[in-house]
Ligand binder design. Structure first.
Ligand SMILES: [Zn+2]
Ligand SMILES: [Zn+2]
Ligand SMILES: [Zn+2]
Length: 140
């Protein structure tokens, strides 16, 4: 017979084993190609092969992936970021102008005007749509 203490020890061991051996080195970062605009999450700089704009991708690191939704009000790029992303490399020229749309959550919202779809904990900020304000619909 297992007593409660044994069960708890077993349970915490299972938790420990199922936790991926991430460490700081495996931390995902947001990368965007300044030429073709492709955004991807990667632990290291992605391959430069096959840019749609011709030649090699030119990856710009925007910072660590995290639990906050940010959108640039100029180029409309949306990233899930730990902190305010790097301002370098806005497709509209100059610096990105990041707006915090709110914390990432389990609900999915889509703007019926610009089509942006994000996962959010609550109704996202309405700032930064193509024309005027985002009009969010909760999809689930
Ligand atoms: Zn590219
Ligand atoms: Zn931008
Ligand atoms: Zn919108």
């Amino acid at each position: 017979m297992y007593n409660l203490k044994h069960v708890l020890v077993l349970f915490s061991m299972m938790l420990f084993i199922s936790t991926p051996p991430s460490g700081r080195t495996g931390e995902l970062k947001n990368y965007q190609c300044t030429k073709c605009g492709t955004l991807m999450q990667s632990a290291s700089k992605p391959s430069s092969l096959g840019c749609r704009a011709g030649g090699s991708h030119h990856w710009n690191e925007l910072g660590a992936v995290g639990n906050e939704n940010y959108q640039c009000t100029k180029c409309k790029l949306h990233v899930e970021s730990h902190d305010k992303p790097s301002s370098i490399g806005c497709a509209e020229g100059g610096s990105h102008y990041w707006n915090d749309l709110g914390r990432i959550g389990t609900d999915t919202y889509q703007c019926q005007k610009c089509g942006l779809t994000i996962r959010s904990a609550s109704k996202p900020s309405s700032i930064g749509c193509n024309t005027g304000s985002h009009q969010w619909n909760k999809l689930n």
